[in-house]
Design a protein around this ligand. Sequence first.
Ligand code: MG
Ligand code: ZN
Length: 230
Amino acid sequence: MTVKTIQVAKSALSANQEIAEQNRAMLDRAGVTAVNLMASPGAGKTSLIERTVRELKGELRIGMINSDTSDAAMDAERGERAGAFSIHLNTTGRCHLDAGMIRDAIACMPLEEIDVLFIENIGNLVCPASWKLGTHSSVLIASTPEGDDKPYKYPRMYSGVDALVVNKIDLLPYTNFDLNYFTRGVEALNPGLSTFPLSCRSGEGLTRWLHWILSMSVREYIYGRAEQMV
Ligand code: MG
Ligand code: ZN
């Protein structure tokens, strides 16, 4: 007598987790440190990548996967003009990246020629937090014109990241953004979170961010290689 087995489909999120782990292994083998950059639309994801590429040219070889919900590739072109190896990922309306999209994108990249890979997620403060991509760190960019209440309204996004950039601090005098209120909200969700107040436009505060990227890249390089040797 044969017993019929019915396989229950894995949840989309657990299937995503498996692909994310494969992505991470592939990035580690190639010695690439990957950063998942998340933010609302207009916070400065592309600007931060562009500025970082220009400032670290000669020290790091940087790749960029730029995603948008359409075929508008102007942001990927900005990265390319700055000196990054860039790919534009058109999600055809989907509101977040998943690990499968990143697997397809990194298959098109010369990973051996890249030290740091920035993945510009879709501008959205909700679902990107739930979808792991296989990156080494997740960074959230907030910006002063968005308002200081975002940690209170989007707690999952703030609690799940490894670093926070507060962009457009040059506009602080022209907004009602209360840095103390904002920081209290962040601290309650993610105590001790590495935070980088800066302005991509004026360059103010950028040095600490650049050092963080450099030190993360070096750390991943040393420990990544050490793990492979064991
Ligand atoms: Mg952009
Ligand atoms: Zn989504």
